[in-house]
Design a protein around this ligand. Structure first.
Ligand SMILES: [Zn+2]
Length: 189
């Protein structure tokens, strides 16, 4: 199947589209799973999405067209519901200055630190959960904590709508970027 935007046809053809037939009679609730696809590889992601409720004597008959596209063209092709990155946090505790008062652990709203009262020790236990709000830095009375973003290292989060696994989304996005870079290289040649 080719991308709809890259097909030579006007509208839709078997190269760029798959038809899904829906023919149901009431009374019943019609679900996404009732759509009969012409291609077993192209089916609704979830069979249990209610589409409509038909009363006695009502019926529906339609052909739905599925096409492949990119989120850049239309939001309906966007496979993610959220995508964000942040610097990888870097926390340094100056053990010379630190008096292990435990304030940083109690002030931190995200449970990044743990205060071991027996050993009188502050430990970073959940570094990736740090949002770099620096509440710990402000709370520290001995000025012994530094919170920074690590240069060149990021935490990248992808949340998908379930149509594609996040690894696949990332891989395809990289493929698109790589193709675009190649186009620029070819252009300069
Ligand atoms: Zn076509």
């Amino acid at each position: 199947m080719v991308l709809a935007s890259e097909c030579d046809c006007e509208g839709n053809c078997p190269r760029c589209s798959v038809s899904l037939l829906l023919k149901e009679k009431g009374p019943k609730t019609v679900y996404s799973g009732d759509l009969k696809s012409q291609d077993p590889e192209v089916v609704p992601y979830n069979d249990t999405i209610p589409l409509m409720k038909l009363k006695e004597g009502e019926e529906v008959e339609l052909i739905a067209i599925a096409q492949l596209g990119k989120g850049l063209e239309h939001a309906k092709w966007q496979p993610t519901t959220a995508c964000a990155y942040k610097y990888y946090p870097q926390i340094t505790i100056d053990t010379e200055k630190c008096e292990a008062c435990g304030l940083c652990a109690s002030e931190c709203p995200r449970g990044v630190y743990e205060f071991d009262e027996k050993k009188n020790l502050i430990k970073v236990v959940d570094l990736e959960n740090c949002s770099m709000c620096k509440t710990c830095v402000r709370g520290c009375t001995t000025d012994s904590i530094t919170v920074e973003g690590e240069e060149g290292k990021y935490i990248f989060r992808i949340e998908t709508d379930g149509s594609l696994p996040p690894e696949e989304v990332l891989k395809r996005a990289c493929d698109i970027l790589s193709d675009k870079s190649n186009e620029i290289i070819e252009f300069f040649k």
